[in-house]
Write a protein that binds this ligand. Sequence first.
Ligand code: UGA
Length: 339
Amino acid sequence: MKVLILGVNGFIGSHLSQRIIKDTTWEVYGMDLGVDKLGWVLDHDRFHFVEGDISINKEWIEYHIKKCDVVLPLVAIATPKSYIENPLGVFELDFEENLRVIRQCVRYKKRVIFPSTSEVYGMCSDPSFDEYKSNLILGPINKQRWIYSCSKQLMDRVIWAYGSRGELDFTLMRPFNWIGPRLDSIETAKEGSSRVVTQFIASLVYKEPIILVDGGKQSRSFTYIDDGIDAIMKIIENEGGRATGQIFNLGNPANNCTIKDLAYRLLDMFKNHPKHKNDDRYSEIRVQDAKTFYGDSYQDIYTRVPSIDEAKEILGWEPKTGLDDALRLTLDAFLEEAG
Ligand code: UGA
């Protein structure tokens, strides 16, 4: 099998490439702006990398869509701070650039696995989100945070519509707060634009305050990257066509915890870490309101728990990594990288 991964050097792309090369005989063709997350896989003879930008290197992409069996368009801006600072950039990259790829998958009859997002459920108040029953609830237009959710939702609907006309073999997957080594970077966290786990780890490393937005009572169901990759592998394998035309929430409901709880767990792990247990001081935990932290056009999501019945029944997938193990593995990897 030939797998095309656009955004191959991202958090999901890099882990997925390593798994494919390690566990299968498939070929991976990948494009990205850089290579810093790819590691050993770059030198493998079944891994074919080209440095490029999906908005520029269009011919390479079209040629490889024709050549490959399955396409994973993973290029996206996916950090809440950028939804507010660069909403049009989010729309242009996450929707417009990816739409061209989807249309080429239709034209060349290629299977596409599209990364939707837990964010499409928005402020849905269901105790757990169901792919086919939950409403997708977004705030007003002046709350620009929702442009990401809305762009992803529209793409889900476009893909679904092509699929319902029998013109596209697709799967929509919805990661729920996947965490692990290489999630964003400590460098982007310095500018305050990483997702929360990396942001908190960077604060611990640099002895800066950990900020709980609005007190940290909002919760997320943190999912370890290796568990997520297990699910994507089953979706790519697509035994008997079982993943075709389906939407899967890919998250770990057992790991649901508040942001405040997350901060205290990470602080505790850091204080007990062999490299840091003798540090002379540690980050303090502070509270800040969302308007000060993100600006006026932010709105938060207070609860986000996935129903994973579809993935369990259809794919035979279940996450295995508990919250503390997931956090410890993530923390260890970042501390290793920080030296
Ligand atoms: C994320 C991102 O939109 C995407 O990565 C993705 O599509 C999706 O959700 C997902 O990973 O499932 P969110 O969970 O809100 O959105 O992103 P984080 O930046 O990780 O924030 C999580 C929570 O922590 C938010 O409530 C935020 O207000 C809070 N936070 C964040 C803090 O309290 N302090 C911080 O320093 C950063």
